[in-house]
Design a protein around this ligand. Sequence first.
Ligand code: ADP
Ligand code: ADP
Length: 227
Amino acid sequence: SDVLSLEAIEKSYNKGKPGEIRVLRGINLAIPRGQVVALVAPSGAGKSTLLHIAGLLDTPDSGRVVLNGEDLSRASDRRRTEARRNELGFVYQFHHLLPEFTAEENVVLPQLANGVSRGAALARARALLARVGLSERCGHRPSAMSGGEQQRVAFCRALANGPSLLLADEPTGNLDPGTSDTVFGVLMDLVRETGLSALIATHNLDLAARMDRVVRLDAGVLSEAAR
Ligand code: ADP
Ligand code: ADP
Protein backbone atom coordinates (compact mmCIF):
# COMPACT_ATOMS: atom_id res chain seq x y z
CA SER A 1 0.00 0.00 0.00
CA ASP A 2 1.09 3.59 -0.55
CA VAL A 3 2.26 5.70 2.36
CA LEU A 4 1.73 8.91 0.41
CA SER A 5 -0.39 9.49 -2.64
CA LEU A 6 -0.61 12.92 -4.26
CA GLU A 7 -3.47 12.94 -6.72
CA ALA A 8 -4.06 15.62 -9.37
CA ILE A 9 -2.57 18.37 -7.23
CA GLU A 10 -3.08 21.91 -8.55
CA LYS A 11 -1.69 25.01 -6.88
CA SER A 12 -1.57 28.64 -7.98
CA TYR A 13 -0.44 31.77 -6.21
CA ASN A 14 -2.44 35.00 -6.62
CA LYS A 15 -5.28 32.94 -7.98
CA GLY A 16 -7.69 34.96 -10.14
CA LYS A 17 -5.47 38.06 -9.94
CA PRO A 18 -3.23 39.61 -12.61
CA GLY A 19 -0.06 38.11 -11.12
CA GLU A 20 -1.51 34.58 -11.01
CA ILE A 21 1.17 31.91 -11.24
CA ARG A 22 0.26 28.25 -11.74
CA VAL A 23 2.94 26.49 -9.75
CA LEU A 24 1.77 22.85 -9.65
CA ARG A 25 -0.05 21.58 -12.73
CA GLY A 26 -1.63 18.24 -11.98
CA ILE A 27 0.90 16.45 -9.81
CA ASN A 28 0.49 12.68 -9.31
CA LEU A 29 2.91 10.79 -7.10
CA ALA A 30 2.44 7.55 -5.16
CA ILE A 31 5.14 6.42 -2.73
CA PRO A 32 4.83 2.77 -1.63
CA ARG A 33 5.89 1.71 1.86
CA GLY A 34 9.66 1.56 2.17
CA GLN A 35 10.41 3.44 -1.05
CA VAL A 36 12.93 6.28 -1.05
CA VAL A 37 12.25 8.84 -3.78
CA ALA A 38 14.59 11.59 -4.94
CA LEU A 39 12.95 14.84 -6.02
CA VAL A 40 15.11 16.86 -8.39
CA ALA A 41 13.98 20.26 -9.59
CA PRO A 42 15.54 23.39 -11.02
CA SER A 43 15.09 26.46 -8.82
CA GLY A 44 11.61 27.96 -9.12
CA ALA A 45 10.05 24.71 -10.36
CA GLY A 46 7.72 24.45 -7.35
CA LYS A 47 9.74 22.11 -5.13
CA SER A 48 9.06 24.00 -1.88
CA THR A 49 5.37 24.29 -2.70
CA LEU A 50 5.17 20.55 -3.37
CA LEU A 51 7.01 19.67 -0.14
CA HIS A 52 4.78 22.02 1.87
CA ILE A 53 1.65 20.40 0.43
CA ALA A 54 2.98 16.87 1.05
CA GLY A 55 3.98 18.00 4.57
CA LEU A 56 0.47 19.26 5.33
CA LEU A 57 1.76 22.80 5.82
CA ASP A 58 -0.13 24.14 2.81
CA THR A 59 -3.26 22.98 0.99
CA PRO A 60 -3.70 22.42 -2.76
CA ASP A 61 -6.36 24.32 -4.74
CA SER A 62 -7.59 20.92 -5.90
CA GLY A 63 -6.51 17.31 -5.74
CA ARG A 64 -5.95 14.93 -2.85
CA VAL A 65 -3.14 14.36 -0.34
CA VAL A 66 -3.63 10.81 0.92
CA LEU A 67 -1.41 9.77 3.83
CA ASN A 68 -1.67 6.15 4.96
CA GLY A 69 -5.05 5.83 3.29
CA GLU A 70 -6.56 9.02 4.68
CA ASP A 71 -7.29 12.07 2.52
CA LEU A 72 -5.89 14.96 4.55
CA SER A 73 -6.12 17.63 1.86
CA ARG A 74 -9.23 19.08 3.40
CA ALA A 75 -9.04 17.68 6.94
CA SER A 76 -9.26 19.98 9.98
CA ASP A 77 -6.17 21.88 11.11
CA ARG A 78 -6.21 19.79 14.25
CA ARG A 79 -6.14 16.50 12.35
CA ARG A 80 -3.45 17.76 9.98
CA THR A 81 -1.22 18.89 12.88
CA GLU A 82 -1.71 15.54 14.57
CA ALA A 83 -0.78 13.68 11.37
CA ARG A 84 2.23 15.97 10.92
CA ARG A 85 3.48 15.09 14.40
CA ASN A 86 2.82 11.36 14.25
CA GLU A 87 3.25 10.32 10.65
CA LEU A 88 5.74 12.79 9.16
CA GLY A 89 9.37 13.58 9.87
CA PHE A 90 11.04 16.70 8.48
CA VAL A 91 14.68 17.41 7.71
CA TYR A 92 15.91 20.69 6.26
CA GLN A 93 19.15 22.00 4.79
CA PHE A 94 19.88 23.75 8.08
CA HIS A 95 19.33 21.71 11.19
CA HIS A 96 17.11 24.12 13.20
CA LEU A 97 18.11 22.41 16.44
CA LEU A 98 17.28 24.29 19.64
CA PRO A 99 20.63 25.89 20.62
CA GLU A 100 20.01 25.91 24.38
CA PHE A 101 19.35 22.17 24.52
CA THR A 102 21.68 19.20 24.22
CA ALA A 103 21.56 16.76 21.31
CA GLU A 104 19.66 14.31 23.49
CA GLU A 105 17.11 16.90 24.62
CA ASN A 106 16.52 17.95 21.02
CA VAL A 107 15.44 14.38 20.27
CA VAL A 108 13.49 14.01 23.54
CA LEU A 109 11.37 17.17 23.20
CA PRO A 110 9.19 16.20 20.20
CA GLN A 111 8.37 12.96 22.00
CA LEU A 112 7.30 14.76 25.19
CA ALA A 113 5.08 17.02 23.05
CA ASN A 114 3.52 13.79 21.81
CA GLY A 115 2.77 12.46 25.29
CA VAL A 116 5.66 9.98 25.59
CA SER A 117 7.04 9.57 29.13
CA ARG A 118 10.40 11.16 29.86
CA GLY A 119 12.10 7.83 30.52
CA ALA A 120 10.89 6.24 27.30
CA ALA A 121 11.72 9.39 25.32
CA LEU A 122 15.25 9.46 26.70
CA ALA A 123 15.80 5.78 25.94
CA ARG A 124 14.63 6.26 22.37
CA ALA A 125 16.73 9.41 21.91
CA ARG A 126 19.86 7.60 23.11
CA ALA A 127 19.19 4.60 20.88
CA LEU A 128 18.70 6.82 17.82
CA LEU A 129 21.79 8.90 18.57
CA ALA A 130 23.83 5.74 19.09
CA ARG A 131 22.55 4.49 15.74
CA VAL A 132 24.05 7.52 13.96
CA GLY A 133 27.32 7.26 15.87
CA LEU A 134 26.70 10.05 18.38
CA SER A 135 26.67 8.20 21.72
CA GLU A 136 29.55 10.35 22.91
CA ARG A 137 27.80 13.55 21.87
CA CYS A 138 24.43 13.11 23.62
CA GLY A 139 25.16 15.81 26.20
CA HIS A 140 26.62 18.36 23.78
CA ARG A 141 24.80 21.43 22.57
CA PRO A 142 24.58 21.99 18.79
CA SER A 143 27.22 24.77 18.92
CA ALA A 144 29.76 22.25 20.21
CA MET A 145 29.17 19.88 17.29
CA SER A 146 30.33 19.79 13.66
CA GLY A 147 27.90 20.44 10.81
CA GLY A 148 27.69 16.74 10.00
CA GLU A 149 27.02 15.89 13.65
CA GLN A 150 24.32 18.56 13.91
CA GLN A 151 22.61 17.18 10.83
CA ARG A 152 22.74 13.63 12.23
CA VAL A 153 21.00 14.91 15.38
CA ALA A 154 18.37 16.51 13.12
CA PHE A 155 17.77 13.08 11.50
CA CYS A 156 17.22 11.55 14.93
CA ARG A 157 14.80 14.33 15.84
CA ALA A 158 12.87 13.75 12.61
CA LEU A 159 12.53 10.05 13.46
CA ALA A 160 11.82 10.59 17.16
CA ASN A 161 8.08 9.97 16.93
CA GLY A 162 8.35 7.03 14.54
CA PRO A 163 6.96 8.64 11.37
CA SER A 164 6.02 6.60 8.31
CA LEU A 165 7.23 9.22 5.82
CA LEU A 166 10.33 11.38 5.86
CA LEU A 167 10.25 14.65 3.93
CA ALA A 168 13.65 16.20 3.40
CA ASP A 169 14.78 19.33 1.59
CA GLU A 170 18.49 19.23 0.70
CA PRO A 171 19.27 17.33 3.92
CA THR A 172 23.03 17.50 3.38
CA GLY A 173 23.07 20.67 1.27
CA ASN A 174 25.07 22.77 3.71
CA LEU A 175 27.87 20.23 4.17
CA ASP A 176 31.09 19.93 2.18
CA PRO A 177 30.93 17.17 -0.48
CA GLY A 178 32.85 14.52 1.49
CA THR A 179 30.85 15.03 4.68
CA SER A 180 27.63 15.23 2.68
CA ASP A 181 28.34 11.83 1.17
CA THR A 182 29.00 10.18 4.55
CA VAL A 183 26.10 11.85 6.35
CA PHE A 184 23.73 10.97 3.52
CA GLY A 185 24.83 7.35 3.91
CA VAL A 186 23.94 7.52 7.60
CA LEU A 187 20.50 8.88 6.73
CA MET A 188 19.90 6.15 4.15
CA ASP A 189 20.92 3.42 6.62
CA LEU A 190 18.55 4.87 9.22
CA VAL A 191 15.69 5.07 6.71
CA ARG A 192 16.30 1.49 5.50
CA GLU A 193 16.52 0.08 9.01
CA THR A 194 13.23 1.64 10.09
CA GLY A 195 11.44 0.75 6.84
CA LEU A 196 10.59 4.41 6.35
CA SER A 197 9.41 5.88 3.07
CA ALA A 198 11.00 9.14 2.02
CA LEU A 199 10.75 12.03 -0.41
CA ILE A 200 14.13 13.74 -0.51
CA ALA A 201 14.72 16.89 -2.56
CA THR A 202 18.28 17.27 -3.75
CA HIS A 203 20.33 18.97 -6.44
CA ASN A 204 23.02 16.33 -6.05
CA LEU A 205 22.53 13.80 -8.84
CA ASP A 206 25.00 11.35 -7.27
CA LEU A 207 22.88 11.27 -4.09
CA ALA A 208 19.69 11.01 -6.17
CA ALA A 209 21.14 7.96 -7.94
CA ARG A 210 21.48 6.20 -4.57
CA MET A 211 17.71 6.34 -3.98
CA ASP A 212 15.11 3.85 -5.28
CA ARG A 213 13.56 6.22 -7.76
CA VAL A 214 14.08 9.71 -9.14
CA VAL A 215 11.26 12.07 -10.04
CA ARG A 216 11.85 15.38 -11.72
CA LEU A 217 9.74 18.49 -11.22
CA ASP A 218 9.95 20.98 -14.03
CA ALA A 219 7.62 23.94 -14.57
CA GLY A 220 5.07 22.39 -12.20
CA VAL A 221 4.96 19.02 -13.96
CA LEU A 222 6.36 15.84 -12.40
CA SER A 223 7.96 13.08 -14.46
CA GLU A 224 9.92 9.90 -13.77
CA ALA A 225 13.59 10.40 -14.53
CA ALA A 226 15.37 7.79 -16.63
CA ARG A 227 17.91 5.82 -14.59
P1 ADP B 1 11.24 26.11 -5.69
O1 ADP B 1 11.22 25.64 -4.28
O2 ADP B 1 11.27 25.03 -6.70
O3 ADP B 1 12.29 27.14 -5.96
P2 ADP B 1 8.71 27.41 -5.02
O4 ADP B 1 7.73 26.34 -4.76
O5 ADP B 1 9.30 28.11 -3.86
O6 ADP B 1 9.84 26.85 -6.00
O7 ADP B 1 8.06 28.51 -5.96
C1 ADP B 1 7.55 28.22 -7.26
C2 ADP B 1 7.09 29.51 -7.92
O8 ADP B 1 6.04 30.09 -7.16
C3 ADP B 1 8.18 30.56 -8.01
O9 ADP B 1 8.02 31.25 -9.23
C4 ADP B 1 7.91 31.46 -6.85
O10 ADP B 1 8.37 32.76 -7.10
C5 ADP B 1 6.40 31.41 -6.73
N1 ADP B 1 5.92 31.55 -5.34
C6 ADP B 1 6.29 30.79 -4.28
N2 ADP B 1 5.65 31.16 -3.16
C7 ADP B 1 4.84 32.20 -3.51
C8 ADP B 1 3.90 33.03 -2.81
N3 ADP B 1 3.67 32.85 -1.49
N4 ADP B 1 3.27 33.97 -3.50
C9 ADP B 1 3.50 34.15 -4.82
N5 ADP B 1 4.34 33.40 -5.56
C10 ADP B 1 5.02 32.45 -4.91
P1 ADP C 1 3.91 21.89 17.15
O1 ADP C 1 5.14 22.74 16.97
O2 ADP C 1 2.89 22.51 18.07
O3 ADP C 1 4.25 20.46 17.45
P2 ADP C 1 3.55 22.37 14.36
O4 ADP C 1 2.38 22.20 13.47
O5 ADP C 1 4.12 23.75 14.51
O6 ADP C 1 3.14 21.80 15.76
O7 ADP C 1 4.71 21.41 13.89
C1 ADP C 1 4.48 20.07 13.58
C2 ADP C 1 5.62 19.63 12.67
O8 ADP C 1 5.59 20.37 11.44
C3 ADP C 1 6.97 19.84 13.30
O9 ADP C 1 7.72 18.66 13.16
C4 ADP C 1 7.60 20.97 12.52
O10 ADP C 1 8.98 20.70 12.30
C5 ADP C 1 6.85 20.99 11.23
N1 ADP C 1 6.63 22.38 10.79
C6 ADP C 1 5.82 23.27 11.37
N2 ADP C 1 5.82 24.44 10.71
C7 ADP C 1 6.66 24.30 9.66
C8 ADP C 1 7.07 25.14 8.58
N3 ADP C 1 6.64 26.38 8.42
N4 ADP C 1 7.91 24.63 7.67
C9 ADP C 1 8.33 23.38 7.79
N5 ADP C 1 7.99 22.53 8.79
C10 ADP C 1 7.16 22.98 9.71
